[in-house]
Design a protein around this ligand. Structure first.
Ligand code: UD1
Length: 355
């Protein structure tokens, strides 16, 4: 059996690592990996392949950054011709990026069944490019691997009930697999002179925050007001928007440690030892929960509603006052339900695909 895996952005390298390991163990399955090149900086791409021991991609498309239409179209053209020559039995896609969309559209037109990992998430906000990518991908997929029951319920509301499997969250597999190794190998806390539970970690990269000057300004103002040190690894898009909107003075504040994007081991280390995470990233909201760290979500809605219900995550949007109040209100809840499975997701997905 041939599985063609499409990855392209940072979180997809993490999500694919455990399933690729499971595929490699099965001599009857050949995995062909296509890296679209949506993320291409060393610290957004190569470093993840090295740390996660991911197989070198068989194809690298090198599409780079562009408008959504051009970037997706470029990927589609290349993926179609690769799929025609490889003739895979299954195309495997992860999450909700433009690489996910291109992979699923190319496969659907060639009648190749699609397996979608991290299926069923909805923000119900079609202004998010990710929401469009997920809805289309889910409606084209043959196997829909949901991280949680609520994701399966979202699919049901759209009439999708066949091929839906609640297999838990594949990122939990990698957190469990890599956490101890990351803590042993990473020197990020010493490098930044940070002490356990005495700093906050913040990340901002969503277009809805970075591309709207008032939202970006308001978030940065809030972070600058906090008494505790805030570590802010800057996504390249955020960095360039801060410059474009002349907001540099807001990150020069004395409590901020602004750094380059972090590799996976440094991120796991810094995220597991922080007192609080403030983020607009979907992946980091989940990782906060998996690492038992309270989280504030810098968005107006979230796909990870179970983390809100469990009291570990608060939705604060981009409003300075709400962010500061949210920080003051944050606490570690007593209950910690198993929201994202048992860390055996890769194995469960493999069993279903083999069957
Ligand atoms: C993408 C995904 C998002 C995911 C995120 C993870 C889409 C629509 N969005 O967002 O769902 O949460 O990845 O990080 O697919 N850039 C660089 N170097 C890089 C990559 C990007 O400088 O290696 C800069 C470019 O200016 C680029 C911008 O970042 O235009 C945005 O990159 P892009 O891949 O379009 O979207 P992300 O914001 O990373």
């Amino acid at each position: 059996m041939k599985i063609l895996t499409v990855v392209g952005a940072r979180p997809q390298f993490i999500k694919s690592s455990m399933l690729s390991k499971a595929i490699q163990k099965n001599p009857k399955i050949q995995e062909i990996i296509v890296h679209t090149g949506q993320h291409y900086d060393d610290n957004m791409s190569n470093v993840f392949f090295e740390q996660l021991h991911l197989p070198k991609p068989d194809y690298y498309l090198g599409v780079g950054s562009d408008s959504h239409g051009k970037q997706t179209a470029h990927m589609l053209m290349e993926l179609e011709s690769i799929m025609n020559s490889v003739t895979p039995n299954i195309v495997l896609v992860y999450g909700d990026t433009n690489s996910t969309l291109a992979g699923s559209m190319a496969a659907a037109k060639l009648h190749i069944p699609i397996a979608h990992v991290e299926s069923g998430l909805r923000s119900y906000n079609k202004k998010m490019p990710e929401e469009i990518n997920r809805v289309i991908t889910d409606h084209l997929s043959h196997w829909l691997f949901c991280p949680s029951q609520s994701a399966a319920e979202n699919l049901k509301k759209e009439g999708i009930t066949e091929g839906v499997h609640v297999t838990g969250d594949i990122m939990y597999d990698s957190v469990l697999y890599f956490k101890d190794l990351a803590l042993k190998q990473s020197s990020i806390l010493q490098d930044l002179t940070l002490f356990n539970k005495s700093y906050y970690l913040a990340t901002i990269h969503r277009a809805e925050n970075t591309d709207q000057p008032d939202r970006l300004e308001s978030i940065l103002q809030a972070l600058g007001q906090l008494k505790t040190t805030v570590v802010l690894p800057l996504h390249p898009r955020t960095k360039s928007k801060i410059e474009q909107f002349n907001l540099n003075h807001l990150i020069a504040s004395s409590n901020m440690k602004v750094i380059d994007p972090l590799n996976y081991f440094d991120m796991l280390t810094i995220a597991s030892q922080t007192e609080l995470i403030l983020t607009d990233s979907g992946g980091l909201q989940k990782e906060a929960y998996m690492l038992q760290v309270p989280c504030l979500t810098l968005r107006d809605e979230t796909e990870w509603i179970e983390t809100l219900d469990a009291g570990w995550n608060q939705l604060v949007g981009a409003d300075s006052k709400k962010i500061v109040e949210g920080v003051a209100a944050s606490h570690i809840p007593q209950e910690y339900p198993a929201l994202f499975g048992t860390g055996n997701t890769a194995h469960e997905i493999m069993e279903i695909l083999i069957k």
